[in-house]
Design a protein around this ligand. Structure first.
Ligand code: NI
Length: 136
């Protein structure tokens, strides 16, 4: 059920918020505020070590000896956290691996750090998201 509430804001802050809304192409203030609240809840879930989902993105050197095996070994070791993975052969030298993960925030963060720290990984990112339960 949709509930309404009003917000009091300093004029200058509201002007900045309206600029932000235009820049991000939100259709109205309510949608922008809903999005900001959801983002805050996702951040809080990660900080409180709750059950979360994330996406780990790795770009790495295809020619680095044993790197592919190390990346696969780590995923097997922590298979209960791995939902899905996709491998893309980007060009002659580079591979991209996208891994969708789920689990307690700290375990997911540590898995991402271990993968990103492997020698030969040129770029590694963890996109932090939510299992969705509290985002309605
Ligand atoms: Ni490849």
């Amino acid at each position: 059920m949709l509930k309404r509430f009003s917000i009091s804001l300093d004029e200058l802050l509201l002007a900045k918020f309206d600029d932000f809304i235009r820049l991000r192409a939100y259709s109205n203030r309510s949608e922008a505020i809903r999005d900001l609240i959801r983002k805050a809840l996702v951040k809080e879930a990660w900080e409180a070590d709750r059950e979360v989902v994330g996406v780990i993105t790795l770009v790495y050197d295809h020619h680095r000896a044993l790197l592919q095996e190390k990346i696969t070994d780590l995923q097997h070791e922590l298979h209960h956290h791995i939902i899905s993975s996709m491998h893309v052969h980007m060009d002659h030298d580079n591979c991209l691996e996208v891994i969708v993960v789920r689990g307690k925030a700290q375990q997911i963060q540590s898995l991402a750090e271990r993968l990103c720290a492997l020698r030969g990984v040129k770029d590694g990112n963890l996109s932090m998201s939510s299992t969705g339960g509290h985002l309605h």
